[in-house]
Design a protein around this ligand. Sequence first.
Ligand code: PEP
Ligand code: MG
Length: 574
Amino acid sequence: MSFTMHGVAVSGGIAIGHAHLVSHALLEVAHYHVPDHLLDAEVKRFADAVKAVQKDLENIRASLPTSAPAELGSFVGTHIMFLGDNSLSEVPKRIIREEHCNAEWALKQQMDDLVAQFDEIEDDYLRERKFDVVQVVERVIKVLLGHPGQAPLEKQESGMILVAHDLSPADAIQFKQHQFAAFITDVGGATSHTAILARSLNIPSIVALHHARDLIHDGELIIVDGNLGVVIVSPDKDTLTEYRLKQEGFELEQQKLKRLKLTKPVTLDGTQVELHANIEIPEDVAQAKAAGATGIGLYRTEFLFMNRREWPDEEEQFEAYRKVAETMKGMPVTIRTMDLGADKQVDPDAARTCTNPALGLRAIRLCLAEPAVFHAQLRAILRASHYGRIKILIPMLSTLSELRQTMHLLERAKRSLREQNIPFDDAIPVGGMIEIPAAALKAEAFARELDFLSIGTNDLIQYTLAIDRTDDTVAHLYQPLHPAVLQLVEMTIRAGDKTGTPVSVCGEMAGDSRLTRLLLGFGLRQFSMHPAHILAVKHQILQSDLPKLVSGARKILASSEIDRIEPLLHKLNN
Ligand code: PEP
Ligand code: MG
Protein backbone atom coordinates (compact mmCIF):
# COMPACT_ATOMS: atom_id res chain seq x y z
CA MET A 1 0.00 0.00 0.00
CA SER A 2 1.26 3.41 -0.94
CA PHE A 3 1.74 6.12 1.71
CA THR A 4 3.48 9.47 2.08
CA MET A 5 5.77 10.80 4.81
CA HIS A 6 6.87 14.37 5.48
CA GLY A 7 10.20 15.48 6.90
CA VAL A 8 12.68 18.34 6.74
CA ALA A 9 14.18 18.77 3.27
CA VAL A 10 17.95 18.88 3.46
CA SER A 11 19.13 18.52 -0.09
CA GLY A 12 17.12 18.98 -3.27
CA GLY A 13 16.43 16.73 -6.20
CA ILE A 14 14.28 13.69 -6.78
CA ALA A 15 15.33 10.09 -6.38
CA ILE A 16 13.41 6.94 -7.17
CA GLY A 17 14.89 3.72 -5.88
CA HIS A 18 14.76 0.80 -3.50
CA ALA A 19 15.06 1.26 0.24
CA HIS A 20 18.20 0.10 1.95
CA LEU A 21 17.65 0.01 5.69
CA VAL A 22 20.55 0.65 8.01
CA SER A 23 19.78 -1.87 10.65
CA HIS A 24 19.71 -1.47 14.37
CA ALA A 25 20.19 -5.20 14.56
CA LEU A 26 21.11 -5.32 18.22
CA LEU A 27 17.80 -3.75 19.16
CA GLU A 28 15.92 -6.42 17.26
CA VAL A 29 17.26 -9.51 18.95
CA ALA A 30 14.48 -11.80 20.07
CA HIS A 31 14.84 -14.57 22.66
CA TYR A 32 13.15 -17.89 22.01
CA HIS A 33 13.39 -21.51 23.07
CA VAL A 34 15.02 -24.02 20.73
CA PRO A 35 13.88 -27.63 21.27
CA ASP A 36 16.41 -30.46 21.55
CA HIS A 37 15.95 -31.81 18.05
CA LEU A 38 16.69 -28.40 16.48
CA LEU A 39 19.80 -27.58 18.51
CA ASP A 40 22.24 -28.93 15.93
CA ALA A 41 20.60 -26.89 13.20
CA GLU A 42 20.71 -23.76 15.37
CA VAL A 43 24.42 -24.25 16.05
CA LYS A 44 25.00 -24.71 12.33
CA ARG A 45 22.98 -21.55 11.56
CA PHE A 46 25.28 -19.68 13.92
CA ALA A 47 28.47 -21.18 12.46
CA ASP A 48 27.31 -20.38 8.90
CA ALA A 49 26.61 -16.77 9.85
CA VAL A 50 30.08 -16.40 11.38
CA LYS A 51 31.62 -17.85 8.24
CA ALA A 52 29.61 -15.51 6.00
CA VAL A 53 30.74 -12.47 7.97
CA GLN A 54 34.35 -13.65 7.93
CA LYS A 55 34.16 -13.89 4.17
CA ASP A 56 32.52 -10.47 3.89
CA LEU A 57 35.16 -8.86 6.05
CA GLU A 58 37.96 -10.42 4.01
CA ASN A 59 36.32 -9.05 0.85
CA ILE A 60 35.99 -5.61 2.40
CA ARG A 61 39.62 -5.61 3.43
CA ALA A 62 40.65 -6.56 -0.08
CA SER A 63 38.49 -3.93 -1.75
CA LEU A 64 39.06 -0.86 0.45
CA PRO A 65 39.64 2.13 -1.84
CA THR A 66 43.07 3.71 -1.64
CA SER A 67 41.39 6.96 -0.57
CA ALA A 68 39.92 5.28 2.54
CA PRO A 69 41.38 6.54 5.84
CA ALA A 70 44.49 4.53 6.66
CA GLU A 71 43.03 3.08 9.81
CA LEU A 72 40.00 1.50 8.17
CA GLY A 73 42.09 -1.42 7.01
CA SER A 74 43.29 -2.12 10.51
CA PHE A 75 39.73 -1.80 11.92
CA VAL A 76 38.62 -4.49 9.53
CA GLY A 77 41.63 -6.57 10.54
CA THR A 78 40.68 -6.21 14.21
CA HIS A 79 37.14 -7.32 13.44
CA ILE A 80 38.39 -10.40 11.60
CA MET A 81 40.63 -11.21 14.56
CA PHE A 82 37.79 -10.88 17.11
CA LEU A 83 35.51 -13.01 15.04
CA GLY A 84 38.17 -15.69 14.79
CA ASP A 85 38.51 -15.80 18.59
CA ASN A 86 36.84 -18.66 20.47
CA SER A 87 34.97 -16.25 22.71
CA LEU A 88 32.89 -15.14 19.73
CA SER A 89 32.99 -18.07 17.37
CA GLU A 90 32.73 -20.99 19.85
CA VAL A 91 31.30 -19.91 23.22
CA PRO A 92 27.90 -18.92 21.74
CA LYS A 93 27.55 -22.49 20.43
CA ARG A 94 27.87 -23.76 23.99
CA ILE A 95 25.31 -21.21 25.18
CA ILE A 96 22.85 -22.33 22.48
CA ARG A 97 23.11 -25.93 23.65
CA GLU A 98 23.13 -25.22 27.39
CA GLU A 99 20.35 -22.66 27.42
CA HIS A 100 18.33 -24.03 24.49
CA CYS A 101 18.21 -20.53 23.09
CA ASN A 102 18.37 -19.06 19.60
CA ALA A 103 21.72 -18.11 18.06
CA GLU A 104 21.13 -14.33 18.11
CA TRP A 105 20.34 -14.42 21.80
CA ALA A 106 23.35 -16.58 22.63
CA LEU A 107 25.65 -14.25 20.75
CA LYS A 108 24.15 -11.17 22.37
CA GLN A 109 24.59 -12.73 25.83
CA GLN A 110 28.22 -13.44 25.08
CA MET A 111 28.73 -9.95 23.69
CA ASP A 112 27.30 -8.37 26.85
CA ASP A 113 29.71 -10.48 28.90
CA LEU A 114 32.68 -9.45 26.82
CA VAL A 115 31.71 -5.79 26.91
CA ALA A 116 31.46 -5.98 30.71
CA GLN A 117 34.98 -7.46 30.81
CA PHE A 118 36.33 -4.71 28.56
CA ASP A 119 34.69 -2.10 30.78
CA GLU A 120 36.87 -3.30 33.66
CA ILE A 121 40.10 -2.59 31.75
CA GLU A 122 41.97 0.52 32.88
CA ASP A 123 43.82 1.22 29.68
CA ASP A 124 41.64 3.55 27.54
CA TYR A 125 42.77 2.11 24.27
CA LEU A 126 42.09 -1.50 25.19
CA ARG A 127 38.80 -0.63 26.86
CA GLU A 128 37.64 0.97 23.63
CA ARG A 129 38.03 -2.33 21.79
CA LYS A 130 34.58 -3.18 23.15
CA PHE A 131 33.16 -1.11 20.29
CA ASP A 132 34.85 -3.45 17.84
CA VAL A 133 33.25 -6.41 19.58
CA VAL A 134 29.83 -4.78 19.34
CA GLN A 135 30.29 -3.92 15.68
CA VAL A 136 31.39 -7.37 14.69
CA VAL A 137 28.56 -8.98 16.67
CA GLU A 138 26.13 -6.65 14.97
CA ARG A 139 27.31 -7.92 11.60
CA VAL A 140 26.74 -11.53 12.58
CA ILE A 141 23.32 -10.75 14.00
CA LYS A 142 22.33 -9.01 10.77
CA VAL A 143 23.19 -12.15 8.84
CA LEU A 144 21.25 -14.27 11.33
CA LEU A 145 18.24 -11.97 10.99
CA GLY A 146 18.35 -12.33 7.25
CA HIS A 147 19.34 -8.81 6.24
CA PRO A 148 23.06 -8.89 5.78
CA GLY A 149 25.20 -6.46 3.90
CA GLN A 150 24.11 -3.34 5.71
CA ALA A 151 27.32 -2.34 7.34
CA PRO A 152 28.62 1.00 6.15
CA LEU A 153 31.85 -0.32 4.74
CA GLU A 154 30.39 -2.66 2.25
CA LYS A 155 29.93 -1.92 -1.40
CA GLN A 156 26.33 -1.12 -2.27
CA GLU A 157 24.45 -1.33 -5.48
CA SER A 158 23.90 2.16 -6.87
CA GLY A 159 20.39 3.58 -7.00
CA MET A 160 19.64 2.51 -3.43
CA ILE A 161 17.97 4.87 -0.99
CA LEU A 162 19.56 4.84 2.41
CA VAL A 163 16.99 4.72 5.22
CA ALA A 164 18.33 5.15 8.75
CA HIS A 165 16.97 6.07 12.13
CA ASP A 166 19.94 8.37 12.58
CA LEU A 167 23.46 8.61 11.29
CA SER A 168 26.33 10.21 13.10
CA PRO A 169 28.55 12.51 11.03
CA ALA A 170 31.12 9.74 11.39
CA ASP A 171 28.74 7.24 9.72
CA ALA A 172 27.81 9.72 7.04
CA ILE A 173 31.41 10.38 6.04
CA GLN A 174 31.78 6.66 5.40
CA PHE A 175 28.75 6.72 3.15
CA LYS A 176 30.59 9.18 0.95
CA GLN A 177 32.28 6.15 -0.56
CA HIS A 178 29.01 4.73 -1.83
CA GLN A 179 26.64 5.69 -4.54
CA PHE A 180 23.31 6.05 -2.85
CA ALA A 181 20.57 7.81 -4.77
CA ALA A 182 19.10 9.46 -1.68
CA PHE A 183 19.42 9.62 2.05
CA ILE A 184 16.57 9.76 4.60
CA THR A 185 16.58 9.62 8.40
CA ASP A 186 14.09 9.65 11.26
CA VAL A 187 15.83 12.32 13.33
CA GLY A 188 18.13 15.30 12.83
CA GLY A 189 17.80 18.99 12.02
CA ALA A 190 18.40 20.64 8.66
CA THR A 191 21.80 21.98 9.63
CA SER A 192 23.01 19.11 11.77
CA HIS A 193 26.37 17.96 10.55
CA THR A 194 24.88 14.73 9.30
CA ALA A 195 22.53 16.77 7.14
CA ILE A 196 25.38 18.93 5.92
CA LEU A 197 27.30 15.84 4.95
CA ALA A 198 24.26 14.40 3.25
CA ARG A 199 24.01 17.63 1.29
CA SER A 200 27.64 17.39 0.31
CA LEU A 201 26.90 14.00 -1.23
CA ASN A 202 24.82 16.02 -3.64
CA ILE A 203 21.87 13.65 -3.48
CA PRO A 204 18.29 14.29 -2.33
CA SER A 205 18.09 14.05 1.46
CA ILE A 206 15.38 14.38 4.06
CA VAL A 207 15.70 14.25 7.84
CA ALA A 208 13.20 14.24 10.72
CA LEU A 209 10.83 11.72 9.12
CA HIS A 210 10.24 10.19 12.58
CA HIS A 211 9.17 6.65 11.62
CA ALA A 212 10.79 5.97 8.25
CA ARG A 213 13.00 3.25 9.67
CA ASP A 214 10.00 1.43 11.14
CA LEU A 215 7.49 1.90 8.33
CA ILE A 216 9.66 1.29 5.28
CA HIS A 217 10.77 -2.23 4.42
CA ASP A 218 14.08 -3.24 2.95
CA GLY A 219 13.91 -3.27 -0.84
CA GLU A 220 10.62 -1.34 -1.04
CA LEU A 221 10.32 1.14 -3.91
CA ILE A 222 10.33 4.75 -2.70
CA ILE A 223 10.36 8.24 -4.13
CA VAL A 224 12.36 10.91 -2.29
CA ASP A 225 11.44 14.48 -3.14
CA GLY A 226 14.30 16.40 -1.56
CA ASN A 227 12.83 19.71 -2.70
CA LEU A 228 9.63 19.33 -0.70
CA GLY A 229 10.80 16.96 2.06
CA VAL A 230 8.34 14.27 0.95
CA VAL A 231 8.83 10.51 0.77
CA ILE A 232 6.34 8.37 -1.13
CA VAL A 233 6.50 4.69 -0.26
CA SER A 234 5.34 2.08 -2.80
CA PRO A 235 4.02 4.70 -5.25
CA ASP A 236 1.27 3.78 -7.72
CA LYS A 237 1.93 3.87 -11.45
CA ASP A 238 0.62 7.40 -12.04
CA THR A 239 2.65 8.88 -9.20
CA LEU A 240 5.72 7.11 -10.47
CA THR A 241 5.24 8.52 -13.97
CA GLU A 242 4.65 12.01 -12.59
CA TYR A 243 7.84 11.85 -10.52
CA ARG A 244 9.91 10.43 -13.36
CA LEU A 245 8.92 13.51 -15.38
CA LYS A 246 9.72 15.82 -12.45
CA GLN A 247 13.05 14.10 -12.05
CA GLU A 248 13.91 14.65 -15.71
CA GLY A 249 12.90 18.33 -15.42
CA PHE A 250 15.10 18.80 -12.36
CA GLU A 251 18.05 17.11 -14.01
CA LEU A 252 17.61 19.28 -17.09
CA GLU A 253 17.77 22.39 -14.89
CA GLN A 254 20.97 21.09 -13.33
CA GLN A 255 22.44 20.51 -16.78
CA LYS A 256 21.61 24.08 -17.77
CA LEU A 257 23.29 25.41 -14.64
CA LYS A 258 26.43 23.46 -15.51
CA ARG A 259 26.97 25.81 -18.43
CA LEU A 260 27.73 28.54 -15.89
CA LYS A 261 30.76 26.74 -14.52
CA LEU A 262 33.31 29.01 -16.14
CA THR A 263 31.21 32.20 -16.05
CA LYS A 264 32.59 34.76 -13.59
CA PRO A 265 30.16 35.60 -10.77
CA VAL A 266 29.63 39.28 -11.57
CA THR A 267 26.40 41.19 -10.93
CA LEU A 268 24.60 43.15 -13.67
CA ASP A 269 26.20 46.36 -12.40
CA GLY A 270 29.67 44.82 -12.63
CA THR A 271 30.36 43.91 -8.98
CA GLN A 272 32.67 40.92 -8.56
CA VAL A 273 31.59 38.23 -6.11
CA GLU A 274 33.68 35.32 -4.84
CA LEU A 275 32.18 31.85 -4.70
CA HIS A 276 34.14 29.40 -2.61
CA ALA A 277 33.45 25.81 -1.58
CA ASN A 278 33.08 24.09 1.78
CA ILE A 279 34.81 20.71 2.00
CA GLU A 280 35.07 17.96 4.60
CA ILE A 281 37.76 15.68 3.18
CA PRO A 282 40.55 16.30 0.67
CA GLU A 283 38.70 14.24 -1.96
CA ASP A 284 35.91 16.86 -1.97
CA VAL A 285 38.20 19.28 -3.80
CA ALA A 286 37.37 17.57 -7.10
CA GLN A 287 33.68 18.41 -6.68
CA ALA A 288 34.57 21.98 -5.68
CA LYS A 289 36.63 22.47 -8.80
CA ALA A 290 34.02 20.83 -11.00
CA ALA A 291 31.51 23.40 -9.77
CA GLY A 292 33.87 26.26 -10.62
CA ALA A 293 34.76 27.27 -7.04
CA THR A 294 37.65 29.71 -6.98
CA GLY A 295 38.77 28.78 -3.50
CA ILE A 296 37.99 26.70 -0.44
CA GLY A 297 36.20 28.95 2.01
CA LEU A 298 35.85 26.31 4.72
CA TYR A 299 37.75 23.08 5.16
CA ARG A 300 36.15 21.31 8.12
CA THR A 301 39.25 19.48 9.37
CA GLU A 302 37.47 17.76 12.24
CA PHE A 303 36.39 14.97 9.89
CA LEU A 304 39.98 13.85 9.77
CA PHE A 305 39.62 13.04 13.46
CA MET A 306 36.54 10.84 13.13
CA ASN A 307 36.04 7.10 12.54
CA ARG A 308 39.27 6.23 14.24
CA ARG A 309 40.67 5.36 17.62
CA GLU A 310 43.70 7.60 17.63
CA TRP A 311 43.84 11.15 16.42
CA PRO A 312 45.90 11.86 13.32
CA ASP A 313 49.43 13.00 14.07
CA GLU A 314 51.05 16.10 12.62
CA GLU A 315 52.43 14.21 9.63
CA GLU A 316 49.11 12.75 8.57
CA GLN A 317 47.40 16.12 8.94
CA PHE A 318 50.15 17.85 7.01
CA GLU A 319 49.72 15.42 4.11
CA ALA A 320 45.95 16.01 4.01
CA TYR A 321 46.29 19.82 4.12
CA ARG A 322 49.12 19.85 1.61
CA LYS A 323 47.08 17.72 -0.78
CA VAL A 324 44.22 20.25 -0.70
CA ALA A 325 46.59 23.22 -1.04
CA GLU A 326 48.38 21.69 -3.99
CA THR A 327 45.23 20.56 -5.77
CA MET A 328 43.79 24.05 -5.51
CA LYS A 329 46.83 25.36 -7.37
CA GLY A 330 47.31 28.78 -5.82
CA MET A 331 43.63 29.43 -5.11
CA PRO A 332 42.89 30.24 -1.45
CA VAL A 333 42.29 27.36 0.94
CA THR A 334 40.75 28.28 4.28
CA ILE A 335 41.57 25.59 6.81
CA ARG A 336 39.45 25.70 9.93
CA THR A 337 41.13 24.37 13.02
CA MET A 338 39.25 21.39 14.38
CA ASP A 339 35.71 22.08 15.44
CA LEU A 340 35.14 18.93 17.47
CA GLY A 341 32.51 18.56 20.15
CA ALA A 342 28.73 18.91 20.32
CA ASP A 343 27.26 17.01 17.36
CA LYS A 344 30.70 16.36 15.90
CA GLN A 345 31.85 14.06 18.68
CA VAL A 346 34.66 11.64 18.21
CA ASP A 347 33.57 9.74 21.26
CA PRO A 348 29.77 9.36 21.52
CA ASP A 349 30.13 8.56 25.24
CA ALA A 350 31.54 12.03 25.85
CA ALA A 351 28.43 13.57 24.30
CA ARG A 352 26.22 11.60 26.65
CA THR A 353 28.09 12.67 29.76
CA CYS A 354 27.92 16.34 28.85
CA THR A 355 24.65 18.07 29.73
CA ASN A 356 24.83 20.74 27.05
CA PRO A 357 27.38 19.69 24.47
CA ALA A 358 26.72 22.65 22.15
CA LEU A 359 27.62 24.95 25.04
CA GLY A 360 30.49 22.83 26.25
CA LEU A 361 34.14 22.23 25.63
CA ARG A 362 34.13 22.28 21.85
CA ALA A 363 36.02 23.81 18.93
CA ILE A 364 38.57 26.45 19.95
CA ARG A 365 37.77 25.89 23.63
CA LEU A 366 38.77 22.26 23.28
CA CYS A 367 41.92 23.22 21.36
CA LEU A 368 42.99 25.68 24.03
CA ALA A 369 42.40 23.01 26.66
CA GLU A 370 44.51 20.50 24.69
CA PRO A 371 47.47 22.62 23.58
CA ALA A 372 49.59 19.66 22.49
CA VAL A 373 46.93 18.43 20.05
CA PHE A 374 46.39 21.99 18.83
CA HIS A 375 50.13 22.54 18.42
CA ALA A 376 50.33 19.53 16.09
CA GLN A 377 47.46 20.84 13.99
CA LEU A 378 48.87 24.36 13.80
CA ARG A 379 52.27 23.03 12.75
CA ALA A 380 50.65 20.82 10.11
CA ILE A 381 48.68 23.75 8.67
CA LEU A 382 51.73 26.03 8.72
CA ARG A 383 53.87 23.42 6.99
CA ALA A 384 51.22 22.95 4.32
CA SER A 385 51.13 26.73 3.78
CA HIS A 386 54.45 26.39 1.95
CA TYR A 387 52.65 24.45 -0.79
CA GLY A 388 49.71 26.71 -1.58
CA ARG A 389 47.68 29.74 -0.46
CA ILE A 390 46.46 28.71 2.96
CA LYS A 391 44.49 30.74 5.48
CA ILE A 392 43.69 29.68 9.04
CA LEU A 393 40.15 29.97 10.37
CA ILE A 394 39.35 29.72 14.09
CA PRO A 395 35.92 28.37 15.04
CA MET A 396 33.60 29.38 17.89
CA LEU A 397 35.37 32.48 19.10
CA SER A 398 33.45 34.19 21.85
CA THR A 399 36.07 36.43 23.47
CA LEU A 400 39.11 38.37 22.35
CA SER A 401 41.17 36.59 24.95
CA GLU A 402 40.53 33.25 23.19
CA LEU A 403 41.77 34.86 20.02
CA ARG A 404 44.89 36.18 21.72
CA GLN A 405 45.67 32.81 23.29
CA THR A 406 45.29 31.23 19.87
CA MET A 407 47.63 33.77 18.29
CA HIS A 408 50.11 33.07 21.04
CA LEU A 409 49.98 29.32 20.30
CA LEU A 410 50.25 30.01 16.58
CA GLU A 411 53.37 32.09 17.23
CA ARG A 412 54.80 29.23 19.26
CA ALA A 413 54.12 26.77 16.44
CA LYS A 414 55.82 29.14 13.99
CA ARG A 415 58.81 29.47 16.28
CA SER A 416 59.20 25.70 16.54
CA LEU A 417 59.20 25.42 12.75
CA ARG A 418 61.74 28.23 12.39
CA GLU A 419 64.03 26.45 14.82
CA GLN A 420 63.87 23.35 12.65
CA ASN A 421 64.29 25.35 9.43
CA ILE A 422 60.97 24.05 8.12
CA PRO A 423 59.47 26.45 5.57
CA PHE A 424 56.01 28.00 5.98
CA ASP A 425 54.13 31.15 5.08
CA ASP A 426 55.00 33.57 7.87
CA ALA A 427 52.28 35.97 6.75
CA ILE A 428 49.56 33.29 6.76
CA PRO A 429 46.22 35.12 7.13
CA VAL A 430 44.22 34.29 10.26
CA GLY A 431 40.46 34.67 10.37
CA GLY A 432 37.73 33.98 12.88
CA MET A 433 34.34 32.37 12.64
CA ILE A 434 31.54 34.64 13.76
CA GLU A 435 29.00 32.09 14.93
CA ILE A 436 28.25 33.08 18.50
CA PRO A 437 26.01 36.13 19.00
CA ALA A 438 28.58 37.67 21.38
CA ALA A 439 31.16 37.62 18.60
CA ALA A 440 28.72 39.10 16.09
CA LEU A 441 27.87 41.92 18.49
CA LYS A 442 31.58 42.60 18.91
CA ALA A 443 32.49 41.83 15.29
CA GLU A 444 34.29 45.13 14.87
CA ALA A 445 36.70 44.36 17.71
CA PHE A 446 37.41 40.91 16.21
CA ALA A 447 37.80 42.43 12.75
CA ARG A 448 40.50 44.79 14.04
CA GLU A 449 42.63 41.87 15.19
CA LEU A 450 41.97 39.44 12.35
CA ASP A 451 42.67 39.27 8.62
CA PHE A 452 39.15 38.12 7.74
CA LEU A 453 35.85 37.04 9.26
CA SER A 454 33.62 34.17 8.25
CA ILE A 455 30.03 34.03 9.44
CA GLY A 456 28.92 30.56 10.52
CA THR A 457 25.19 30.98 10.21
CA ASN A 458 24.43 27.40 11.26
CA ASP A 459 25.68 27.95 14.77
CA LEU A 460 24.77 31.63 14.80
CA ILE A 461 21.11 30.67 14.31
CA GLN A 462 21.38 27.88 16.89
CA TYR A 463 22.82 30.16 19.56
CA THR A 464 20.73 33.25 18.75
CA LEU A 465 17.42 31.41 18.81
CA ALA A 466 18.39 28.78 21.41
CA ILE A 467 17.41 26.03 18.96
CA ASP A 468 19.50 22.86 18.95
CA ARG A 469 20.42 22.47 15.30
CA THR A 470 20.33 18.69 15.60
CA ASP A 471 16.97 18.38 17.29
CA ASP A 472 14.13 17.59 14.91
CA THR A 473 11.48 18.40 17.51
CA VAL A 474 12.40 22.10 17.29
CA ALA A 475 13.49 22.09 13.64
CA HIS A 476 10.47 24.22 12.70
CA LEU A 477 11.76 26.99 14.98
CA TYR A 478 15.17 27.08 13.32
CA GLN A 479 14.67 30.19 11.20
CA PRO A 480 17.44 31.77 9.14
CA LEU A 481 15.11 34.68 8.39
CA HIS A 482 14.53 35.54 12.03
CA PRO A 483 15.06 39.32 12.27
CA ALA A 484 17.62 38.90 15.06
CA VAL A 485 19.68 36.53 12.91
CA LEU A 486 19.55 38.89 9.93
CA GLN A 487 20.57 41.79 12.13
CA LEU A 488 23.63 39.93 13.46
CA VAL A 489 24.67 38.88 9.96
CA GLU A 490 24.32 42.41 8.61
CA MET A 491 26.15 43.91 11.59
CA THR A 492 29.08 41.60 10.99
CA ILE A 493 29.26 42.43 7.30
CA ARG A 494 29.13 46.14 8.19
CA ALA A 495 31.89 45.75 10.79
CA GLY A 496 34.07 44.19 8.10
CA ASP A 497 33.30 47.05 5.74
CA LYS A 498 34.14 49.64 8.35
CA THR A 499 37.49 48.08 9.23
CA GLY A 500 38.40 46.97 5.70
CA THR A 501 38.28 43.31 6.75
CA PRO A 502 36.91 40.82 4.21
CA VAL A 503 33.83 38.96 5.43
CA SER A 504 32.37 35.78 4.02
CA VAL A 505 29.41 33.61 4.98
CA CYS A 506 30.25 29.91 5.14
CA GLY A 507 27.13 28.59 6.90
CA GLU A 508 24.27 27.00 5.00
CA MET A 509 22.64 30.40 4.36
CA ALA A 510 25.38 31.10 1.80
CA GLY A 511 24.26 28.16 -0.32
CA ASP A 512 20.55 28.98 -0.25
CA SER A 513 19.92 30.75 -3.54
CA ARG A 514 16.74 32.29 -2.12
CA LEU A 515 18.96 34.33 0.19
CA THR A 516 21.66 35.32 -2.32
CA ARG A 517 20.19 38.71 -3.16
CA LEU A 518 19.46 39.53 0.45
CA LEU A 519 23.07 38.84 1.42
CA LEU A 520 24.34 40.82 -1.56
CA GLY A 521 22.09 43.67 -0.45
CA PHE A 522 23.66 43.50 3.02
CA GLY A 523 27.03 44.01 1.33
CA LEU A 524 28.32 40.42 1.25
CA ARG A 525 30.83 39.76 -1.52
CA GLN A 526 32.18 36.33 -0.52
CA PHE A 527 30.10 33.21 -0.21
CA SER A 528 31.31 29.74 0.73
CA MET A 529 29.02 26.75 0.35
CA HIS A 530 28.74 23.15 -0.66
CA PRO A 531 29.88 22.77 -4.24
CA ALA A 532 26.42 21.47 -5.12
CA HIS A 533 24.96 24.95 -4.63
CA ILE A 534 27.55 27.11 -6.30
CA LEU A 535 25.98 27.22 -9.74
CA ALA A 536 22.47 28.03 -8.50
CA VAL A 537 23.88 30.89 -6.40
CA LYS A 538 25.95 32.09 -9.34
CA HIS A 539 22.81 32.10 -11.47
CA GLN A 540 21.22 34.50 -8.96
CA ILE A 541 24.28 36.74 -8.85
CA LEU A 542 24.40 37.06 -12.63
CA GLN A 543 20.83 38.37 -12.62
CA SER A 544 21.21 40.76 -9.68
CA ASP A 545 21.50 44.52 -9.92
CA LEU A 546 23.06 45.67 -6.67
CA PRO A 547 21.88 49.30 -6.50
CA LYS A 548 18.33 47.99 -6.87
CA LEU A 549 18.76 45.45 -4.09
CA VAL A 550 19.97 47.69 -1.33
CA SER A 551 16.67 49.36 -0.41
CA GLY A 552 14.82 46.01 -0.50
CA ALA A 553 17.43 44.46 1.80
CA ARG A 554 17.13 47.44 4.16
CA LYS A 555 13.39 47.03 4.35
CA ILE A 556 13.83 43.39 5.29
CA LEU A 557 16.36 44.33 7.93
CA ALA A 558 14.02 46.92 9.41
CA SER A 559 11.23 44.40 9.76
CA SER A 560 10.75 42.68 13.07
CA GLU A 561 8.34 39.97 11.96
CA ILE A 562 9.22 36.92 9.89
CA ASP A 563 5.75 36.91 8.37
CA ARG A 564 6.48 40.30 6.83
CA ILE A 565 9.96 39.28 5.75
CA GLU A 566 8.81 36.38 3.56
CA PRO A 567 6.81 38.54 1.09
CA LEU A 568 9.56 41.18 1.06
CA LEU A 569 12.08 38.50 0.21
CA HIS A 570 9.84 37.22 -2.54
CA LYS A 571 9.73 40.74 -3.99
CA LEU A 572 13.49 41.07 -3.78
CA ASN A 573 13.93 37.83 -5.69
CA ASN A 574 11.48 38.64 -8.48
C1 PEP B 1 28.44 27.23 10.87
O1 PEP B 1 28.28 27.06 12.08
O2 PEP B 1 27.68 27.92 10.16
C2 PEP B 1 29.57 26.59 10.18
C3 PEP B 1 29.87 26.90 8.94
O3 PEP B 1 30.27 25.66 10.85
P1 PEP B 1 29.73 24.18 11.17
O4 PEP B 1 28.47 23.99 10.38
O5 PEP B 1 30.80 23.26 10.79
O6 PEP B 1 29.49 24.25 12.64
MG1 MG C 1 29.82 26.20 13.32
